[in-house]
Design a protein around this ligand. Structure first.
Ligand code: PHE
Length: 347
């Protein structure tokens, strides 16, 4: 091994022993710096003859290149080690399960509305949405309410201090029944001239408003309207469709359903629908869940249809009430206070 090979070997060893980039730079200076050993060798060339200079110079340069290559290799190794250490220090376990903070859930009444939509959807009912601010005509007049009907009074209905373009007072709809008229009118227009007109089969869930507040009444509450109109739809169909719905909703056949004669201006005959469970805490008690009846001919006329030809039934139920019965909740106001201790139980 000549002196140059030894020099390369000792430089490589020094570089290899440098534990950090700063110490590596010091080691570099000892060999390649101004007073470094390679520089000294190059200075020594001055004393040689031209021929010796040429061959010795080439040897020294080759040794210098090998030292530079060793230096670069050590720099790369130190940088890779530093990166590796940093990755270790900042390691994240991406397989850890999340903390689940802030995870939301469906509101219990929304769950009920989804169930209602799914069950009636499976029976071929469309689902319609309508405005919560209604005209006097839609909320009352079209539904065969006489001008002096108490439902119009300020005690029951929230009025909006505004009239529409035709000068009709606006109100926060006190029930979803205006959707019978809106949907049927649109249906009749869409199928004008089609013989026979396809049947109307729709439910219209949504928010409704009345001046009322206690454990079983909230000024904002929900209703779901139902309407089935055709040439041959009878009270018998109402009974079977609605009873079927209730048994599916409460997931039990041990349910008695009673149609108790009642009065609504927009149906004739009219009935309240009551249910009684055969078991459980409410066993044997009759509970009112909906109003219903055969649609009054005056209302069918307001749909834009001929009441001599079209007949059917409507119902209006209370999804809030159904939710209370399904989950055993005794105070309706809990649903609308937004208390997460209550609501998170339904997640
Ligand atoms: N709109 C009635 C109410 O709010 C319920 C109902 C709807 C009754 C449809 C008959 C037919 O009490």
């Amino acid at each position: 091994m000549n002196d140059l090979d030894q020099l390369v070997q000792s430089a490589t060893a020094d570089f290899g022993a440098a534990p950090s980039p700063a110490e590596l730079e010091n080691a570099k200076a000892r060999f390649l710096g101004k007073a470094g050993r390679v520089t000294e060798l190059l200075k020594g060339l001055a004393a040689l003859s031209p021929d010796e200079k040429k061959s010795r110079g080439a040897d020294i340069n080759q040794a210098k290149q090998r030292i530079e290559a060793a230096l670069q290799a050590r720099r790369d190794a130190l940088a890779a080690a530093e990166l590796e250490a940093q990755l270790q220090a900042e390691a994240l376990d991406v397989t850890l399960p999340g903390r689940g903070r802030g995870q939301g859930g469906l509101h219990p009444v929304s769950r009920t509305l989804q169930r209602i939509e799914a069950i009636f959807g499976s029976m071929g009912f469309d689902v319609a949405d309508g405005p919560e601010i209604e005209t006097d005509w839609m909320s009352f007049t079209a539904l065969n309410n006489p001008e002096n009907h108490p439902a119009r009074s300020m005690q029951d209905t929230f009025y909006v201090d505004m009239k529409d373009a035709q000068g009709r007072w606006l109100n926060l709809r006190p029930h979803t029944s205006p959707m019978q008229v809106r949907y049927a009118q649109a249906h009749a227009a869409r199928h004008a001239g089609v013989e026979p007109m396809p049947e109307i089969r729709v439910i219209a869930p949504g928010r409704t408003y009345r001046v009322d507040s206690d454990a079983t009444h909230s000024p904002m509450f929900h209703q779901c309207e139902g309407l089935w109109i055709g040439e041959n739809i009878s009270f018998k169909d109402l009974k079977s469709v609605f009873s079927d719905f209730l048994r599916q909703f409460f997931e039990t056949d041990d349910l008695d359903v009673r149609f108790r004669p009642s009065f609504f201006p927009f149906t004739e005959p009219s009935a309240e629908v009551d249910i009684a469970f055969a078991s459980g805490p409410l066993k044997g008690r009759w509970l009112e869940v909906a109003g219903s009846g055969q649609v009054h001919p005056n209302v069918v006329r307001n749909y834009g249809l001929d009441p001599e030809r079209y007949i059917g039934f409507a119902f209006g139920m209370g999804p809030d009430r159904l939710t209370m019965l399904r989950y055993g909740v005794s105070d309706l106001r809990l649903f609308f206070e937004g208390d997460l201790r209550f609501l998170s139980q339904f997640k």
